[in-house]
Design a binder for this molecule. Structure first.
Ligand SMILES: C[S@@+](CC[C@H](N)C(=O)[O-])C[C@H]1O[C@@H](n2cnc3c(N)ncnc32)[C@H](O)[C@@H]1O
Length: 166
């Protein structure tokens, strides 16, 4: 997170006349939030970027009040992807390269102490991908991935909406 992002968020809140929000700068591995002080946590496509997902979920558990809820949208892998994809910066910022295998991901959430862990919705990339999109074609070229190979990964990457409770 950059200072420019914070400034923009604060400016947008002011423009919308919203007075009951506060923006704090921090990392998800060390939230600038007191213990047991939060009712609900939401996050969209950030946790896959963290190399320390166990820390992230322990932090989420620490700051939630007992009974507090977590609603996360994230990416998990159904099977391992080739090294050249995992090592690609493009795949990482595209929220794929840093994603964990599904079983390992849910083990992390359970180990952090969450209960009622469940997937409310999920979609495989194959359903969402437009293989005619020129941006995707350019990425495939950079990664030296053929169309057939890219299509074969379509069922290996899943977007999940995860609910859990402290
Ligand atoms: C894919 S974007 C998602 C942004 C937003 N949640 C949305 O839905 O539009 C990922 C964001 O996570 C931030 N990010 C990445 N790693 C982070 C970390 N360890 N702690 C906090 N933010 C992080 C990045 O700066 C980026 O803004």
């Amino acid at each position: 997170m950059t200072d420019a992002m914070l400034e923009k968020a604060r400016a947008n809140a002011a423009k919308a006349g919203v007075t009951n929000v506060e923006f704090r700068k921090g990392h998800i591995e060390a939230l600038p939030v007191d213990d047991a002080s939060v009712d609900a946590i939401i996050s969209n496509c950030v946790i896959n970027l963290s190399p320390e997902k166990d820390r992230v979920y322990r932090e989420a558990h620490r700051v939630l009040r007992p009974g507090g809820r977590l609603m996360i949208s994230d990416i998990v892998l159904e099977r391992a992807l080739p090294e050249r994809v995992l090592e690609s910066i493009d795949a990482y910022i595209g929220c794929v390269g840093g994603a964990s295998l599904r079983a390992a991901y849910f083990e992390i959430i359970e180990k952090a102490g969450f209960r009622e862990v469940r997937v409310l919705r999920e979609a495989r990339f194959a359903q969402a991908m437009d293989f005619d999109d020129p941006r995707l074609k350019e990425l495939m070229e950079r990664l030296d991935i053929s169309l057939d190979e890219a299509k074969s990964y379509g069922d290996a990457v899943t977007s999940v909406h995860v609910f859990a409770r402290k």
